[in-house]
Design a protein around this ligand. Structure first.
Ligand code: FRU
Length: 424
């Protein structure tokens, strides 16, 4: 296969590259880009369900929005099975780790509401059983459309396949809480095409998911970010000069890094309702660097485009590494060129002493970063883990030019609204 430049031609834009040289600058445990330690005595939102990816209700410009004073979040959710024989070990004890690790296969979209932007109360499932066309309801974005309370939920319908879909419903409030109604008709939008975005046929480990629609503050058009991999058969990608970047002598060997082909995808809507989409070449590629750039999202600040995406240690390519966490890139216009924040891209990573403490960070326009607790070491030896499946403490970061700084820590699951909409 050809280099990225040859692949996407001259129009309409060239993807920006996160290079191996950029990734060599990643430094775990730099206090300005490291999430404070999460204590092992964290509270859990629910002992009935695990939650992970958290999707705050927002408007199309990205502002976190409450309705009639109620904050609403959507979460990927799966039942906990403390008594199910399937999840008991040989001694009859609950194997929570196995239950937690299996959760992706039974992920469903749930919602929660709150008066305080924390202390979330469980609302229930967003869609009734049988509404979503596939087994797994994976991440996406709920968007409040108007003062009638209409909500478009964009998400990923997975297994079989992976399709970006949307379902429309409505948020209804009372004195006592929030109900989601409707959400009965799921509309498929698009799938990977095999030309720009890798398909399952090209790579069984492909990623195509996590839609994040937005209106470009400059051109006013409706777009959508999503996670993808660069098209092509697995193993056929080239890690050339451009993907390697300006590395010191001795760092030219890329090993098997051709297997890591993450990208941040973008599509443009052909209509105002967001029912008809055209995929465009990726905004950013990480060929030879990392295999997953998940849940991409923007913060628009100071006339700039701050692009954030989450990634893992285990998805890095040979010869480069970094912590689980959120990475970022900045550009002066939507189609780039993007440069990595802090030189490396790392914005908020787990400390090396607790490498799996949190994941699925979402940077909100007010600088608050929400994530979920995965697992935290316990006891003297630190060899046993406490599984989370609940909201992590929110972290505050300051975004300044091409740099970011950790500046604050807040309560567990603190997601305050930036706007309140009074429903008509
Ligand atoms: C991130 C993620 C998403 C995906 C979901 C599946 O934590 O991997 O990319 O939609 O979790 O559970």
């Amino acid at each position: 296969m050809k280099s990225i430049t040859a692949k996407f031609g001259k129009t309409p834009h060239q993807p920006s590259l996160w290079t191996r040289a950029d990734a060599l600058k990643v430094r775990a445990d730099d206090p300005t880009t490291t999430q404070p330690l999460v204590s092992a005595d964290f509270p859990v939102l629910s002992d009935k369900v695990f939650i992970w990816d958290t999707m705050p209700l927002r408007d199309i410009d990205g502002n976190i929005t409450s309705v009639d004073g109620w904050s609403v979040i959507f979460t990927l959710t799966a039942d906990r099975h403390p008594t199910d024989p399937q999840y008991l070990d040989q001694n009859g004890n609950y194997d929570i780790t196995r239950d937690w690790n299996d959760r992706h296969g039974r992920a469903k979209m749930y919602y929660w509401f709150s008066r305080t932007g924390k202390d979330w109360k469980l609302g229930g499932r967003v869609m009734a059983e049988g509404v979503s066309p596939t087994v797994r309801e994976w991440a996406g974005t709920p968007i409040l459309l108007n003062e009638q309370g209409e909500v478009d939920l964009y998400y990923t319908a997975v297994t079989p396949g992976a399709t970006i879909v949307k379902v429309r419903g409505r948020v209804v409030t009372t004195e006592h809480g929030v109900n989601l109604v409707g959400f009965e008709k799921v509309k498929p939008l698009f799938e990977a095409d095999g030309k720009m975005y890798q398909t399952e046929a090209q790579n069984a480990f492909w990623g195509f998911r996590d839609p994040w629609p937005f209106r470009d503050p400059k051109d006013g058009k409706l777009y959508m970010l999503f996670e993808g991999n660069v098209a092509g058969e697995r193993g056929s990608h080239t890690v050339g000069k451009a993907e390697i970047g300006d590395v010191p002598p001795g760092y030219e060997d890329v090993g098997n890094s051709r297997f890591q082909t993450a990208c941040v995808g973008i599509a443009v809507a052909r209509d105002e309702d967001g029912d008809d989409w055209e995929m465009l070449p990726p905004l950013l590629t990480a060929v030879g660097v990392n295999d997953q750039t998940e849940r991409p999202h923007f913060v628009f600040q100071d006339g700039k485009y701050y692009l954030f995406t989450i990634s893992h240690t285990f998805t890095y390519a040979d010869g480069v590494t970094g912590p689980d966490g959120v990475y970022g890139f900045v550009a002066d216009s939507l189609f780039g060129p993007y440069v990595p924040l802090n030189g490396s891209g790392l914005v908020l990573g787990n400390p090396s002493s607790q490498p799996f403490q949190t994941y699925s960070h979402c940077v909100m326009p007010n600088g608050l970063v929400t994530s979920f607790i995965d697992s935290v070491p316990t006891g003297e030896s630190g060899t046993t883990m406490r599984i989370g499946g609940t909201e992590a403490p929110t972290v505050g970061i300051k975004i300044k030019g091409q740099q970011t700084f950790v500046v604050a820590e807040y309560d567990y699951g603190y997601i305050p609204p930036m706007l309140d909409v009074t429903l008509k």
